[in-house]
Design a protein around this ligand. Structure first.
Ligand code: ZN
Length: 678
């Protein structure tokens, strides 16, 4: 086995670091031997073993909340995009409405910090004046309509959604929104850490009002009004666990009933402005919407003015001058996320542009960084993962033939999307100007809202994407039964056309398995092969499934993050089922891929099976700030990275065998407690 040593330079820090890459005789890359902490026993703590040396050598950069090879790859995509947009922004005479003009001018306007600082909050002054001019609740509602037109989602959100009875149809979907803190517990939970967050929040809200010219006493009064309004909305909102059950957010209504539910909203005005036709729709949280309606009828006008002004300022802050950017960062990034400093401006501009004009930027990105052979390799892996899931379902001892038949039907209808959309969004009507950044943000948001609403009342367009091409992430969408992998996640070290199969199956293969398994987790398993929210299980099989998933709930309930704070097994259940089943079927697919081929190489003394698990441990090897960890455990349905490695692998006999672990080792759950869902 040949080996080569490489010195790589990381653009984010300017520092160079030593990387021991292993190559096979065919020149393929393997696992990263230098990441392994050899002093640790893999059967005692596989997470520490697989990536401990990397984490020791790579502290979290000050501008990040989490750090791993995977996060580094996500940040690298921004360096790559920078090399694309900088030359575009250097020219100012691209044809109006062309992708080059839009992407170049947006970036150029965002990077013109001197001009943005000079304007202060002048860009939002006309809005603030209009809010001050509101005379009654009809004016408040009209302002909410205007907010929504420009993507400011307060105090609720109206967007296109799938009809849960007939997912081929797109309908209006109204969701709860309008809280600036992460979830309802931040407003209501009596624990000290939430109380502290509330105090910090009031200081932040008041400071935001100071920035738009309020005196300190006026700012504090306005902060009280905002807090009172949001607390009422929080009380009427579902918690994170309840939100994971699709039946809790499934309330189909006739348009006339929407008007009855919220008598103080003038929906004719809303629908007229948004160009929507009255038709059947879904209200995710009727109690929440009724509370907004009650507030509209009863809260003092002054409270609404403060509430709307604050949400306007928060929504605009990153497009305004430095004091606004810093104020919102201080609370959301520094206090809640533990981030020591902001990312450099160019990176924030690329993130904003990805959000606002993602498919324009994405076209340029995939041209350069997503070769056609990557798509072909991914399609083959997806095919093998599906076959492995099929074998798994067919072999299940606990599931009866009727349910199995339906599960296999569902598996057969999965729609994989790889890399980027076949048809790009046409942004040519968006007016992007070089000298007025806030206007560019508004125009892009207006386009994105209208583009979304235009799909309502029509058969679903299965070509649309819910993530931008450069995103380092993936998703499963239950009503459309699709698994989606943007080009941004199909990058080393999770996926590499030049890597051995063990690395690709252990990295992106587990992710593919994870997304497929979402179709069969506690939530996804409630949608049938056509994407309808409709039961396809026999009662006995569902009962047996529930017993199996309860095992995973109990496992994660016992993972402590710090004293007094542990994972909420019910909150992370879907993701944990995804990881457990994903690792299992990816391993199976990897085994199948070896059949009929020459033996896979032993690399650095590691068998192909060991390399598979090391690849997962290395791609997931993530260091996280304590603040970000607390926030994640409270609000994120994903477990922290450590338990996304230890949790599933300690349930897998395949892992135990690969590393010859003893039954008494920490990485081997006792047989009575071992979880297996799929
Ligand atoms: Zn997931």
């Amino acid at each position: 086995m040949s080996r080569s040593r490489a010195f790589l330079c990381r653009a984010w820090s300017g520092a160079c670091f030593f990387l021991l890459l292993t190559f096979t005789a065919q020149g393929q890359t393997g696992i990263i031997a230098s990441d392994i902490k050899r002093s640790v026993n893999p059967c005692a703590d596989f997470y520490e073993y697989a990536n401990g040396a990397w984490r020791d050598a790579n502290p979290i950069p000050p501008s990040m909340q989490r750090w791993s090879r995977r996060w580094a790859s996500g940040e690298l995509a921004k360096d790559q995009i920078k090399t694309i947009v900088e030359p575009l922004a250097a020219k100012t005479d691209w044809p109006q409405g062309s992708v080059d003009q839009l992407t170049g001018d947006y970036y150029g306007a965002c990077m013109n910090e001197a001009r943005i600082n000079q304007l202060g909050y002048q860009p939002i002054q006309p809005w603030l004046a209009d809010i001050d001019g509101m005379k009654n609740s009809a004016d408040v509602f009209a302002m909410i309509v205007r907010f929504h037109k420009y993507g400011i989602q307060a105090p609720f959100n109206l967007a296109a959604g799938s009809d849960t009875r007939d997912p081929n149809q797109v309908i209006v979907d109204i969701a709860a929104s309008g809280l600036d803190m992460p979830d309802r517990d931040y407003y209501l939970n009596p624990e000290a850490r939430f109380k502290e967050a509330r105090e910090k929040y009031r200081v932040h809200v008041a400071a935001s009002f100071r920035l738009i010219g309020y005196s300190q006493p006026e700012a504090e009064r306005a902060a009280d009004q905002v807090f009172a309004m949001e607390s009422k909305l929080a009380e009427a909102s579902l918690d994170n666990v309840a939100l994971r059950d699709p039946h809790n957010t499934d309330h189909k209504l006739a348009f006339a009933d929407l008007q009855k539910l919220t008598p103080h909203f003038d929906w004719a005005v809303y629908y007229g402005s948004a160009n929507l036709k009255p038709a059947t729709l879904n209200v995710q949280e009727p109690k929440f919407l009724q509370e907004v309606d009650r507030r509209l009828a009863s809260a003092p006008l002054e409270d609404w003015k403060s509430y709307l002004k604050f949400h306007l300022v928060e929504s605009a802050a990153n497009s305004l001058s430095q004091p606004f950017v810093e104020e919102t960062f201080n609370f959301h990034g520094r206090y809640l996320g533990g981030q020591a400093e902001m990312k450099p401006r160019w990176k924030r501009c690329i993130e904003a542009e990805d959000n606002d004009l993602g498919e324009a930027l994405g076209q340029k990105y995939v041209e350069k960084y997503f070769p056609p052979e990557a798509k072909a390799r991914m399609l083959e892996m997806v095919k093998n993962l599906r076959l492995a899931m099929q074998d798994t379902i067919e072999g299940l001892e606990w599931m009866g033939p009727d349910t199995k038949k339906k599960a296999l039907e569902k598996l057969a209808t999965f729609n994989p999307k790889i890399g980027y959309p076949d048809k790009w969004k046409d942004y040519s009507s968006v007016k992007i100007e070089r000298d007025f950044y806030w206007s560019d943000v508004l125009e892009s948001r207006k386009f994105n809202v209208a583009d979304d609403l235009a799909t309502i009342g029509r058969p679903v367009d299965r070509g649309r994407w819910g993530m931008t091409p450069s995103t380092s992430d993936a998703y499963y969408n239950p009503p459309l039964n699709e698994i989606v992998f943007p080009a941004g996640i199909l990058q080393p070290p999770g996926f590499d056309v030049k890597a051995v199969d063990a690395v690709n199956y252990g990295g992106i293969g587990v992710v593919i398995g994870h997304e497929i398994s979402h179709g069969f987790d506690d939530e996804g398993s409630q949608y049938d092969a056509q994407g309808r929210l409709q039961n396809w299980w026999t009662a006995e099989d569902r009962k047996r499934f529930d017993v199996r998933t309860q095992c995973v709930v109990d496992q994660f309930d016992h993972y402590f993050i710090e004293p007094g704070i542990h994972h909420n097994g019910k909150l992370v259940l879907g993701e944990s089922i995804g990881d457990l089943a994903g690792a299992k079927i990816a391993f199976l697919a990897f085994q199948k891929s070896l059949q009929g081929k020459p033996p896979a190489p032993v690399i650095d003394g590691f068998t192909p099976e060991q390399q598979f698990f090391l690849a997962w441990g290395q791609w997931r090897g993530d260091e996280i700030r304590p603040e970000a960890q607390r926030l994640m455990v409270q609000t994120d349905p994903h477990p922290i990275a450590k338990y996304r490695v230890i949790g599933p692998l300690s349930n897998l006999p395949e892992f135990q065998r690969a590393f010859s672990c003893k039954a008494t080792d920490a990485m081997v759950r006792p047989a009575a407690k071992r979880c297996q869902v799929w």
